[in-house]
Ligand binder design. Sequence first.
Ligand SMILES: C[S@@+](CC[C@H](N)C(=O)[O-])C[C@H]1O[C@@H](n2cnc3c(N)ncnc32)[C@H](O)[C@@H]1O
Length: 426
Amino acid sequence: MVQSLVESTMRGQVFACTKNSEEECFNRLLFGANKVYGPSAMKVKKGDFLFLLNLSNDVVYGIFKATSDAKMNIEPKAWGGRYPYQVKVEPVGRIIPLKNAKKLLKKLNIKRTTRMKRATTTRLLELYRPEGSTRDKWLHSLFGIREEKELKVRLESPRSWSLLSEAKRIERKVDEDIPMLEATTLWDFPKQSYGKHPKGDNKYPGVTPALIIWNLVWRYTEPVDLVLDPMCGSGTTIDVCKEEGRRVIGYDIAPIRPDIIQNDSREIPLSNDSVDLIFIDSPYGDNIRYNDHPDCIGKVSSETETFYDELEKVMKECHRVLKEGKVLGWLIGDQWVKKRFTPVGFKVYERLCKYFETLDIVCVTRRGQSSHTGLWYNRARRFNFFLRGFKYLLIMKKVSPDVLAKNKDARKIDWTYYKRKELGAS
Ligand SMILES: C[S@@+](CC[C@H](N)C(=O)[O-])C[C@H]1O[C@@H](n2cnc3c(N)ncnc32)[C@H](O)[C@@H]1O
């Protein structure tokens, strides 16, 4: 009974340190992560089993328990502020360092972005089991020690995992892999959603791939920040933000869920400078029939200037409600219809530049289009046109008018030119 209780609630997570940060982890009984591992670190709940991988000497220390849910800056001064996604821990008995840690974790399919479920956590815990103790006794004792709340740090001599019973490969699907932040300006998400719970409705016309929003949320906001989606369709932004602990407001001209507020985004009922991030996946023209609402901008053709004039009203409102220094992500795609190309992305970008500074432009692969069929691929080749393969994610920042004007001046860059082989040299 006790064992099944322990096992059913078991979750595990690996944190990392180096020879420079290890001592502070032990002294403060605190583990921390930077932005790269923040998304997985912030999923830790009180009671989870934790392990500390020292990247410098390749050992993984165990066993620890989280004594708090993960939070931002529990101890803001820890590690000079470099690892703000933090969790308080306590050792469970003596701390044992397992050698060859990177190889061991690889063998068990454990990454720092893996939220380990029962099976993997048990497998890793077992490597810390004292010789002579049975698996069942060991799990019982783990539970008991937790009750006693042993808080002291007592370090044991290192143990080589290769001497212990062989760590068997386990089924990956039992663990939840937390996504990693995109590092380049080319994003390709094979599925509309990710994780355990669906985000938005993948049947909604023009639904946004949830990882686009996830990436913006993690790059440009912190927990509890306020995110706004003025045209939130099936609510993908709401679902992503709720899971990531951000506050969120979603409007749409024709809401399809009770948590979406009916509103025309050309007039946003929020005060000036009140929002930390805006994401908007607007209509790209009149190619999709979203609803029958007369004020739906998706009824206006992107071949007309009216379309951009109406979107500009939305841009102005976004600019007004966004805090200075904060970010707007606008997803938009071009149009090719009946032998005419319209650079919708460039035209929307041009309008945005009147108000915002450009942070970057990301190219997002278009998948799941109704035209992505063999028939359409064949037609595109035969009749010499291209199917739309990407959308633009325009990442814009609200800056003061002075900065916006100044950013137009060219700068003098001291480039580092790398030495190349001389031309013609063999
Ligand atoms: C591409 S969809 C958004 C998809 C959404 N991000 C999702 O993942 O489901 C564009 C949305 O803009 C909404 N829309 C069009 N005109 C609007 C307006 N004037 N005000 C607010 N929403 C509008 C449409 O109803 C539609 O849901």
